[in-house]
Write a protein that binds this ligand. Structure first.
Ligand SMILES: *[C@@H]1O[C@H](CO)[C@@H](O)[C@H](O)[C@H]1NC(C)=O
Length: 349
């Protein structure tokens, strides 16, 4: 426990201005099992620090793939291997149990089972670890103080599963011990080792477009914001200084590089677009909000126009010239050789 407090202190002190970002953090491992029939299973998993995926693995023995250089936190290779072997063993034994008790637990093929476990830092303190199961997307059971407890929506299926799981008292004690010791230690190590990436600030890019028309004389305006990190952001459609109530936000979706993307939609009458703007507020912008005005072309638009216009004129000219030349060549024989001879012939005449 002393070790925990010391490393927590180190993380918080080392965090500088952004230490608040580390006050609440969740580390979790998520696994999904798809059981198609009594002998065919597909399973995969991932490990997450908050919204950031740090590891993935597929199937039975492909091993764990680290997605960041610091995905092992401050654990050495040996310690990491030990944990991976333990997780893999638990994974296999759990699958075996599911197949064995499928009919008793009324698990009807094909079905999905999900498992999530991990630990949580809350206001800078380590909270109790969690371990939960879901069947076909709804809560089934969870581990609380060494005991498996059925969720209300789990019904008799959950009660039966808990009854069996609770017979493994030694296994449950080991799991609980691992979860309340190893997990928080791993989480704190991650926060420290990944500090540079976790505390990075990446500025968003924003642009406007129109979506499919929502009805006659209406426009769907879309404000796109992409490439920002961390995730918290505020994007609003404004008219002057007035936030527009009717706007709708998409989910915040992940980009492949770990940054985020979202869209804000506004349905307006086609004649009512004057004075509209999209306003983006994000920690990386340090108070300098991005404001895109609908009725003023952005400087980027002007640059594109400045480059495109001469190019367009040039292409039009070229097309015109080619067309004229094509028309001129048309009466000539198609064999290239004869075409080359043509000017000489004309000289002689
Ligand atoms: C299980 O499903 C797989 C894939 O659909 C199939 O190849 C296999 O024959 C099935 N096995 C049984 C026992 O039904």
């Amino acid at each position: 426990m002393l070790f925990l407090q010391i490393s927590l202190l180190a993380v918080l002190l080392g965090g500088g201005d952004n230490k608040d970002a580390f006050q609440d953090q969740i580390f979790r491992i998520i696994s999904t099992f798809s059981l198609y029939n009594s002998s065919w299973t597909h399973s995969w998993g991932s490990a997450w620090l908050g919204d950031l995926q740090i590891k993935s693995w597929k199937g039975k023995s492909d091993g764990f793939i680290s997605l960041w250089p610091w995905s092992n936190g401050n654990f050495n290779k040996k310690e990491m291997k030990e944990i991976e072997v333990l997780l893999q063993r638990f994974h296999n034994e759990f699958l075996h149990l599911l197949h064995k008790h499928a009919s008793e637990w009324m698990l009807e093929y094909p079905f999905d089972l999900q498992k999530a476990f991990g630990c949580e830092l809350h206001s800078g303190k380590v909270k109790l670890p969690f371990w939960r199961f879901a069947y076909q997307g709804s809560e089934l059971l969870s581990l609380q103080n060494n005991t498996w407890v059925p969720s209300p929506e789990g019904g008799t299926r959950a009660q039966q599963m808990c009854r069996l799981f609770n017979q493994y008292t030694v296994v449950n004690k080991i799991l609980q011990w691992r979860m309340s010791n190893t997990c928080p230690r791993f989480l704190l190590g991650l926060l420290d080792a990944g500090k540079a990436d976790l505390q990075r600030q990446v500025k968003p890019e924003a642009w406007l477009s129109t979506g499919p028309s929502p009805g006659p004389d209406h426009l769907l305006l879309v404000c796109h914001v992409s490439g920002f990190y961390p995730k918290p952001i505020s994007v609003m459609w404004m008219r002057g200084e007035q936030a527009q109530q009717g706007s709708q936000q998409s989910g915040i979706l992940p980009n492949a590089d770990g940054t985020w993307y979202l869209q804000i939609f506004l349905d307006v009458e086609a004649t009512e677009t004057s004075g509209l703007s999209c306003r983006v507020t994000h920690s990386s912008l340090e108070g300098q909000d991005i404001i895109l005005h609908l009725d003023r072309p952005s400087s980027k638009g002007l640059i594109i126009l400045a480059v495109m216009l001469p190019l367009l004129l040039l292409l039009t000219g070229l097309a015109f010239w080619l067309k004229k030349r094509w028309a001129h060549c048309e009466p000539l024989p198609t064999l290239p050789l004869e075409r080359f001879q043509q000017p000489r012939d004309s000289k002689h005449t």
